[in-house]
Design a binder for this molecule. Structure first.
Ligand code: GLN
Length: 453
């Protein structure tokens, strides 16, 4: 069948199912059909490629020329980007067809997709539960088979955690592997775009198109790309896997721990060896992250002032009033909380006590990984300490949601790549297993996930 037929079928499916799920903010029907027809023509002219004509969608913080890019915030509710993000451009030139823009936590701040200006997203496996966040729209749309794959971003787990809670594969590449150009910034030293899909193979396909050096992003790394597809079928014989003892403690749901150990047994059956390792500074990761991420966010979000982009308050009295009311009315509660925490942490007199100290902890966390990777090729553990929780359950206590990031944020602080893969179900809900590898070893993560799947 043609890409146009496939696109039409999925657009119908979105119309039927998405009013309940709320995974899309914008559906670009006409544009999608145009892209699909163009892909069909390219294929008819002899062009090949697995992404040519493949339907996808983008998290709504990737700028898309001529299409709304809201970051799920009121402050950008009317923002139409004049250009495409690098990731959007690269996937489009590979022939992928974008069906629209996906819901997310406002400015990617959250773990449940409940802070969106466009309302919460539901988990397709249980509509009373969250899909995880902040790439919750991407996760729900793929899990409900509205699209086969999507882009997401991961600052502290936002690709891996929703992938885990919805039974998908999601990959956070090494910092610098995927261009951040045109990706609206949350915490610039941690943000990284990546693929989400049902299988490691689909993630490999997407990553191959998304990744690579981009001179427009000063932190983009100029290093050759691996052939992610070719690497999928490497034998796992002799692979050395480390299980961090700090991961398997009282905070982890015992049934999730059992699932993780089942995966370990299977990988042993494929020839892997397993040893216990230690990441001694892990306990400091959440406090350090929740200083660094808000600090960078407070700086990044200062550009939303009611003057240059998006929402502007009615009838401002003067410039101060314009700034104040546009921001007060434009940002949601979680975003304001982060801006205040970050501004405090960066202010004179507190900088050394908070930001500088958090940066030192960050270095210790990276050193823990470098030390561990002297003995093992890969680190394995749970992606999340708990299963998908009920919508609204953690709203009153933001810190309880922050604690859900315990296993994912260390990879962002260290800059290393991480992948979450589906490991079955507990009580009818999906469980994810996380794999972590040294810098630029995305191919190994995909290889192991593919071997297991
Ligand atoms: N839950 C984390 C936060 O709220 C991570 C979000 C993300 O990775 N974008 O900051």
């Amino acid at each position: 069948f043609s890409s146009e037929e496939l696109t039409r079928t999925l657009l119908e499916r979105i119309k039927t199912l998405d009013p309940e799920l709320n995974s899309f903010i914008t559906v670009t029907e006409e544009r999608a059909l145009e892209q699909a027809r163009a892909a069909d023509t390219r294929r008819a002219n002899g062009e090949t490629g697995a992404l040519l004509g493949a339907p996808i969608a983008h998290k709504d913080l990737f700028c898309t020329q001529g299409v709304l890019t809201t970051c799920a915030s009121r402050i950008l509710h009317n923002f139409v980007s004049p250009y495409d993000a690098s990731v959007v451009e690269r996937l489009a030139s590979a022939g992928a067809v974008s069906l629209g823009k996906l819901n997310m936590d406002e400015f990617a701040m959250g773990s449940a997709n409940e802070s969106s200006h466009y309302g919460p997203v539901k988990n397709p496996w249980d509509l009373t539960r969250v899909p995880g966040g902040s790439s919750g729209g991407s996760a729900a749309a793929i899990a409900a088979r509205l699209i086969p794959a999507a882009t997401g971003t991961d600052t502290g787990g936002s690709i891996r955690q929703p992938a885990a809670l919805t039974g998908l594969t999601g990959l956070k590449p090494t910092y610098g592997r995927v261009s951040r150009w045109g990706m609206i910034a949350y915490a610039s030293s941690l943000d990284q775009g990546g693929p989400m899909a049902r299988s490691a193979e689909d993630c490999a396909l997407l990553l191959g198109a998304m990744a690579g050096f981009d001179p427009r992003d000063s932190t983009s790394v100029d290093q050759p790309l691996d052939d992610y597809l070719a690497g999928l079928n490497q034998p796992l014989n002799g692979l050395r896997i480390g299980l961090p003892k700090e991961y398997f403690t009282a905070g982890l749901d015992a049934k999730i721990a059992d699932k993780v150990m089942e995966v370990v047994e299977q990988l042993k059956g494929l020839g892997a060896t397993v040893m216990e390792i230690s990441l001694p500074n892990m306990q400091h990761a959440i406090p350090a992250y929740y200083v660094i991420a808000p600090a960078e966010a407070s700086s990044n979000l200062s550009r939303f002032d009611g003057v240059r982009y998006g929402y502007r308050c009615e009838a401002p009295k003067d410039l101060q009033d314009l700034y104040k009311r546009s921001r007060a009315e434009g940002f949601g509660a979680e975003v304001k909380r982060r801006i205040m925490v970050g501004t405090y942490a960066l202010s004179a007199g507190y900088y050394d006590a908070y930001y500088l100290k958090a940066q030192k902890i960050r270095r210790l966390i990276r050193n823990d990984f470098l030390e561990a990777f002297k003995d093992v090729d890969l680190i394995l553990g749970p992606t999340t300490p708990n299963l998908a929780w009920k919508l609204g359950e953690k709203n009153a206590d933001p810190v309880s949601a922050y604690l859900e990031d315990i296993y994912t944020i260390t990879a962002n602080l260290a800059g290393i790549p991480g992948l979450s893969m589906p490991a079955g179900f507990v009580d009818g809900l999906p469980v994810g297993v996380q794999l972590l590898a040294p810098d630029f070893q995305e191919a190994r993560l995909l290889n192991v996930a593919h071997g297991y799947q």
